[in-house]
Design a binder for this molecule. Structure first.
Ligand SMILES: Cc1cc2nc3c(=O)[nH]c(=O)nc-3n(C[C@H](O)[C@H](O)[C@H](O)COP(=O)(O)OP(=O)(O)OC[C@H]3O[C@@H](n4cnc5c(N)ncnc54)[C@H](O)[C@@H]3O)c2cc1C
Ligand code: SF4
Length: 333
């Protein structure tokens, strides 16, 4: 699942549904009563019945499962769905059971010779990750909702509700959320979660945003994914290390950096990618907590090799970036 998708790679479109009369009624009501709320209504195409949910599953298995494993972690400009199934909302709603989804995908292994990395990769998401999230929620609530071991307190910027930012990877990850109430896992984890972690945004504000904006959001799945997996705000109850990344990872897994005004390789210049200094500043700020974590020892070795001046410059740049965020430097009209 580590393969980036080259620019120009195309993916079969997922099935879309025209709103039925009940959905139309709800859209009209939302338009009338909540017209100043974020998000778009004219692009609603989600399955809302059992029959539509089954169609979504079958089309996914027939046309898009094949490349699921290979491109699971890829990100590509304008490709909002890649090979993802778009099944989370209908499973969470109960229109499909996790077991029937797993059984049908498993059957594709023999019936249509689906690749093992696609079938195993997909089943693992549901049987592994989804169930694990549910278990953590059941075991850890109600205290889990307020965890914040890294003491991150900054405000989430307004552009999370509009997508209007000059950081290209963030804009490309927010656009599908504003338009369709969905984006795929790596955008959630390695772009938006990473952003919130590196800019030291309040985990509770971040979780509220995920709960407000997504078609598949429920407390039981948002809180472990946001507070545990993305932000490590639970101190490691759910995962062994924080998922943080500099521009290097985003550049490797996407084509976002080439359309960005910030320089992916630069750390300290005026137009340096904000993630670079913030990444090392995160490593520095949380050294006590993570220095002995074997999964992070390489980063601490690299950080240790920097001289005092270099460390000072990085800390200064990161502090300036956090202030710039609150001053609106990353907003666009
Ligand atoms: C910060 C963050 C917030 C998230 N918020 C939600 C949320 O509100 N609701 C939600 O259902 N998922 C959430 N996820 C998990 C995952 O990103 C979505 O389930 C997935 O992107 C939905 O799109 P898809 O159906 O196309 O998934 P696919 O990529 O096709 O994956 C197949 C299925 O696996 C399941 N799955 C995969 N990963 C997870 C996971 N980490 N947790 C739970 N189920 C998983 C889903 O049922 C999904 O439909 C979140 C992940 C992160 C990192
Ligand atoms: S340069 Fe930085 S901000 Fe711009 S797209 Fe790349 S990672 Fe994102």
């Amino acid at each position: 699942n580590r393969k980036p998708a080259k620019s120009g790679t195309t993916f079969p479109d997922p099935v879309q549904f025209r709103p039925d009369h009940i959905t139309r009624d709800v859209i009209d009501k939302v338009e009338r009563d909540f017209s100043d709320h974020p998000g778009a209504l004219d692009s609603f195409h989600w399955p809302v019945t059992r029959k539509e949910a089954m169609q979504t599953l079958h089309r996914f298995i027939e046309e898009r499962l094949e490349t699921f494993g290979t491109y699971q972690d890829a990100m590509l400009t304008g490709e909002d769905t890649l090979s993802h199934s778009l099944l989370s909302a209908v499973i969470n709603l109960g229109l499909l059971t996790p077991e029937e989804v797993i059984r049908q995908v498993e059957a594709a292994l023999e019936e249509q010779d689906a690749p093992l990395n696609a079938v195993e990769g997909f089943i693992r998401q549901i049987l592994g990750w989804r169930e694990y999230m549910r278990a953590v929620y059941l075991a850890e609530m109600p205290d889990y909702a307020s965890v914040n071991v890294l003491r991150h307190e900054a405000d989430l910027p307004d552009f999370f509700w509009t997508g209007k930012t000059n950081m290209n990877c963030v804009a490309e990850s927010l656009r599908p959320v504003v338009e369709h109430a969905h984006n795929h896992h790596i955008q959630r984890l390695m772009v938006l979660g990473n952003f919130a972690n590196l800019f030291a945004i309040s985990p509770q504000q971040t979780a509220d945003w995920f709960n407000e904006m997504y078609i598949d959001a429920y407390d039981w799945v948002v809180l472990p994914n946001v507070l545990g997996m993305a932000l490590h705000a639970d101190g490691g109850t759910l995962s062994t290390k924080p998922y943080i990344a500099s521009a290097n990872y985003i550049h490797k897994m996407s084509d976002y950096c080439k359309g960005c005004p910030f320089h992916q390789k630069d750390m300290l210049g005026e137009d340096a990618c904000p993630f670079n200094a913030l990444y090392w500043d995160f490593i520095d700020r949380h050294e006590k907590r993570f220095a002995d974590n074997p999964r992070m020892s390489m980063m601490y070795r690299q950080w240790g090799k920097r001289d005092a001046d270099s460390k000072r410059d990085i800390r200064k740049k990161a502090k300036a970036l956090r202030k710039q965020l609150q001053d609106g430097a990353f907003d666009t009209p």
